[in-house]
Ligand binder design. Structure first.
Ligand SMILES: [Fe+2]
Ligand SMILES: [Fe+2]
Length: 421
C-alpha cells in the first residue's frame, strides 16, 4: 500500500515520512493504532487493491480553520476516512502530487527547472525594470513562467528550490521572487487550494517584493547592519510595491494583498500596518513564512545561509511572527524535519536530529545517544542518513513517551556537542 500523505504531525505519525510504501501488517496496525484521522493512499503505486475492497464512503474536511483567511481559502478537501486494515481506500483522482523519478527523469527535470528559473529571473528583472521606469507591471507576461514554476513544483519542489537557493548578491531579489513563488505554490497545494488559484498564488510570490525598486542598492546590498534611517527606507517597500501594482492592469487581489502585508506579524509588531493575527489573511500568513524561509536559507550580504532544518527551528522559535500551524504544514510540504526532533533509529537507538544531509534535505543527520536494548546511554555518534543509506530513521518519537526529566535540556546538551563525524 502506497501512502501518499498522512494527515498528522510528525509526533503523531508512526512513520518517518508522510509518503511511503507499507509492506507489512504491523505497519498498518501501527498506523491504525495512532490517532490519525486521514491518510491518502495512491493505489497506482504500491500494491493495487482489489475492486471488491472499495471504500464505503467519502468524507469532507476543511484543511484549515475557517477563521484563517479573508481572501483565499483552500477548497474543502475530499479524503477517505481513516485507515483501517479492513477498509482500505483509493484516493480520488488528482490527489497524487509528486512523481517518483528515475535518475534520468530527474536530470531532465533539473534541466527544465534551470531553464524555467533562468527565464523567470530575466522576466522578473524586466518586470522590476519596467516598474523602476514608472511603467505598469505587465502581469500577463508572467502567466507562462508561473505555469512552468508550478509544473516543476508539482513534480518535485526540491528541484527548483535547490537551484534557486544559490543566489548571487546581484540577482538575489529576482531569484528570491521566483523561490517565494515556488514555495507558495507548493504550500498552497499542501493546503489544498483549488488548482485554479495557483496562477494567482504564483503571481503573488513573484511580485511580493516589487517595491524594493524604491530601495537604493547602497542599502539593499549593504554588507553591514542598517541604521535606523536605512531601515525606514526598507520598511516603505510594501507600500511602494502596492502602489505600483495598483497602477498596473491584471494584478490579482492576492498579489496586491501579499505585496502590502508580507511583513506583518501575528503579534502585531510587523509593518506597515502593525496588523495582528486576526486581521491577517491566510495567503498573507503563507507569504510571510515563504518569504522569511527563503531569505534565511539564502546567502545574504550580512548572514550565512541556514540549513532547512535550522531555518525551521529558528522560525518555530519566532512564535509571535508566524502562524505556527501553517509553519508546520510548510515544513511538511518540503519534508523538512526540525533540528532537535527525537527519533528512533533502525538499530534500536534513540537519536536527535542535528541537521539535514547536504544532498537531500529530507534526509536528516542524527546524533545517536541511547541504546534501547540496554536502555543505557551510548557514546554519541553522528549519522548522515542521506549519505549512509544503510542507516535509517524509523520513527519520530514523542519525548513525553520516554523518561527524560527535561527533554529540552537533554536535546540542547546533545546539540551543543561538537561535530562528531
Ligand atoms: Fe519584502
Ligand atoms: Fe521578500
Amino acid at each position: 500500500m502506497f501512502i501518499d500523505d498522512i494527515e498528522a504531525s510528525w509526533l503523531e505519525s508512526p512513520f518517518w515520512r508522510s509518503r511511503l510504501v507499507l509492506t507489512r501488517d504491523e505497519q498498518i496496525e501501527a498506523l491504525v493504532a495512532k490517532d490519525i484521522q486521514w491518510v491518502t493512499i495512491d493505489d497506482n503505486k504500491g500494491k493495487g487493491l482489489p475492486s471488491s475492497r472499495e471504500p464505503r464512503a467519502n468524507a469532507a474536511k476543511s484543511q484549515n480553520s475557517e477563521k484563517r483567511g479573508h481572501i483565499a481559502q483552500p477548497a474543502r478537501a475530499v479524503k477517505r476516512r481513516a485507515p483501517s486494515h479492513s477498509q482500505p481506500y483509493i484516493p480520488p483522482p488528482g490527489e497524487q502530487r509528486f512523481t517518483r523519478l528515475t535518475p534520468r527523469e530527474r536530470a531532465a527535470e533539473v534541466r527544465k527547472a534551470k531553464g524555467a528559473i533562468k527565464r523567470s529571473r530575466t522576466a522578473v528583472m524586466n518586470l522590476f525594470q519596467d516598474a523602476r521606469l514608472g511603467n505598469a507591471v505587465k502581469s500577463k507576461k508572467m502567466a507562462t513562467l508561473i505555469e512552468q514554476i508550478a509544473n516543476s513544483v508539482a513534480i518535485d519542489p526540491t528541484i527548483i528550490l535547490n537551484i534557486a537557493r544559490l543566489k548571487t548578491k546581484d540577482e538575489y531579489t529576482y531569484l528570491h521572487s521566483v523561490a517565494v513563488s515556488a514555495l507558495m505554490i507548493n504550500l498552497a497545494r499542501k493546503l489544498r487550494f483549488p488548482e485554479a488559484q495557483i496562477p494567482d498564488i504564483g503571481m503573488a510570490g513573484l511580485l511580493h517584493d516589487v517595491g524594493k525598486i524604491s530601495i537604493p542598492d547602497s542599502i539593499l546590498l549593504k554588507p553591514g547592519k542598517l541604521d535606523e534611517q536605512e531601515w525606514t527606507t526598507v520598511r516603505l517597500h510594501p507600500q511602494k510595491g502596492h502602489e505600483i501594482l495598483l497602477a498596473s492592469d491584471g494584478v490579482c487581489d492576492m498579489a496586491l494583498e501579499v505585496c502590502l502585508r508580507h511583513h506583518e506579524k501575528m503579534d502585531g509588531t510587523g509593518y506597515p500596518g502593525r496588523l495582528d493575527g486576526d486581521d491577517l489573511s491566510l495567503i498573507t500568513r503563507m507569504a510571510s513564512i515563504c518569504d522569511v524561509y527563503d531569505a534565511i536559507t539564502s546567502q545574504r550580504p550580512y548572514n550565512k545561509p541556514q540549513s532547512a532544518s535550522q531555518a525551521l527551528k529558528t522560525m518555530q522559535s519566532c512564535s509571535g511572527h508566524f502562524d505556527q500551524l501553517i509553519l508546520r504544514d510548510f515544513a511538511e510540504s518540503l519534508g523538512i524535519v526540525p533540528i532537535g526532533t527525537l527519533v528512533r533509529m533502525d538499530r534500536a537507538e534513540l537519536a536527535v536530529v542535528i541537521g539535514e544531509s547536504p544532498s537531500d534535505y529530507a534526509a536528516p543527520i542524527v546524533r545517536t545517544f541511547r541504546a534501547l536494548d540496554s536502555d543505557l546511554p551510548i557514546v554519541p555518534q553522528d549519522i548522515d542518513t542521506g549519505r549512509k543509506r544503510s542507516r535509517k530513521v524509523i520513527s519520530i518519537e514523542d519525548p513525553d513517551d520516554w523518561d527524560f526529566a527535561d527533554w529540552s535540556t537533554v536535546s540542547a546538551d546533545l546539540l551543543a556537542e561538537e561535530d562528531l563525524t
